[in-house]
Design a protein around this ligand. Structure first.
Ligand SMILES: Cc1ncc(COP(=O)(O)O)c(C=O)c1O
Length: 434
């Protein structure tokens, strides 16, 4: 097979084409490679296949929808599945979050949320509030707003920042919090940086603060005890909206429908994608408060929010999401990460603490990270090397620089976690015999 034409996203194209990793099929917790090898999926693809692979009920719902209504334009037209899905998401969301806007990805959900915050401020007579406060080491997707809000410098270095954003510090603090289980104890005062930046830029210029409740692609950075609550208080004091980017956290990853429910902190808007359709078909959503929606829709006659996508609320995506919601509820998967299986993962992960060059292990729900020492001058980052070694051992994890992260499908069982432990132990030992 020729590999030349496809320019792959977020990939070292030259290295991949030299040594390809080709997936051919997937079922349950496993991939099958083009060469016929079985690989344990400890990443749910890209944090998205929460229900595991090959769910027949989802495939059938998509097939049925494709035959009945292959497409429906979403500007000025509707179809039943879109309204049903919005209704069900509103019911699951915290009390005041009842309005749902559909997108096709997490990146689109983030840029939609940023624009919603701006249109809301305009609608209430505060058009100067156009700026955002985000956080270092954040990942908010790759569209221009999300890129600007992101806090991983390699994602902005070629593009600059096309929206007005300033950043508070990441809460990652290995010096004080290394090997924390669940929420780390130290660091609530880092939230006060938000107040400092609001004072510096002026609340009259700031539309919203956007954070991931748990930063995913930054390396599974779990918020310190009380930190998110304090962000909420500061936003309230200064008339700034709070956006939670729940593209990774929503749909059961932390042990509840959303992290905002789990942590009992209520944002004004939250984004989601990934788990919404369990990765089967692209779809994202922004859920916002009734008051935001009512303010915007009351302010103008005609089209109130000049924003939307050709494929917003695509019928096939809606059908997939509805079938996924049924499965989440039938199998109690929203809460499972907060139960015994999450604790088992925590136990097994922290058992790896004495392996060579490991400097931190952190976890929450069914999210985990192992951080290694920074690589030497001519050395490839250890997380990347461990990732490659693990792949050769039949294990998919993610290597993000010096860190590896895991986010298994929510159907993971103890036997899979044991298999992961064995394979990751071998991979770390092989890469860094210590
Ligand atoms: C927190 C967060 N926001 C946004 C995105 C972007 O989502 P997508 O890749 O679907 O555009 C991601 C993707 O990993 C994410 O982790």
């Amino acid at each position: 097979m020729r590999l030349d034409a496809h320019w792959m996203p977020f990939t070292d194209n030259k290295a991949f084409k030299h040594e390809p990793r080709m997936l051919a099929s997937a079922s349950g917790m496993y991939w099958r490679t083009a060469g016929g090898d079985q690989v344990l999926d400890m990443t749910a693809g890209l944090w998205c296949c929460n229900l595991g692979h090959g769910r027949k009920k989802v495939a059938e719902a998509m097939f049925e929808s494709a035959q009945k209504l292959d497409y429906a334009p979403s500007f000025g037209f509707g179809h039943a599945a879109a309204f049903e899905l919005a209704e069900r998401l509103a019911e699951l969301s915290p009390g005041h979050l009842n309005k749902v806007f559909f997108t096709n990805s997490g990146s689109e959900a983030v840029d939609t949320a940023l624009k919603m915050a701006m249109v809301y401020q305009v609608a209430r007579g505060k058009p100067g509030k156009k700026m955002f406060i985000a956080r270092e080491r954040a990942y908010h997707g790759v569209n221009l707003g999300g890129t600007a809000a992101g806090g991983l410098n390699y994602n902005t270095r070629d593009f600059g920042r096309w929206a007005a954003v300033d950043h508070i510090s990441s809460t990652l603090d290995i010096e004080h919090n290394a090997f924390s289980k669940g929420l780390p104890e130290y660091g609530i005062e880092k939230a006060d940086e938000l107040e400092n930046l609001i004072d510096f830029h002026g609340a009259e210029n700031i539309a919203a603060c956007i954070v991931e409740p748990i930063a995913g692609a930054g390396g599974v950075i779990v918020p310190p005890v009380g930190y998110l609550q304090r962000l909420r208080e500061i936003c309230d004091r200064h008339d700034v909206l709070l956006i939670f980017d729940e593209v990774v956290c929503a749909f059961g990853r932390t042990g509840a429908f959303t992290a905002s429910i789990k942590f009992d902190v209520r944002p004004d808007l939250f984004t989601s994608a990934k788990g919404l359709t369990s990765g089967t078909v692209p779809m994202g959503a922004v859920v916002c408060s009734d008051s935001l929606y009512e303010t915007v829709t009351a302010a103008r006659s005609g089209i109130e929010f000049c924003h939307g996508y050709t494929y917003s609320a695509h019928p096939i995506a809606c059908a997939a999401a509805l079938a996924c919601l049924d499965i989440y509820l039938e199998e109690s998967l929203f809460t499972r990460a907060g139960e015994g299986i999450g604790q088992y993962l925590e136990h097994i992960l922290h058992n790896l603490k004495d392996l060579p060059r490991v400097i931190d292990i952190r976890n929450y729900g069914l999210l985990g990270a192992i951080q290694f020492e920074e690589a030497g001058a001519n050395e490839e980052p250890l997380g990347v090397r461990v990732f490659r070694q693990a792949w050769n051992n039949g294990l998919m994890i993610r290597g993000l620089g010096s860190t590896i992260v895991i986010s298994p499908p929510l159907i993971v069982e103890e036997t899979h976690i044991d298999e992961f432990a064995e394979k990751i132990w071998q991979a770390i030992k092989a890469v860094s015999p210590g």
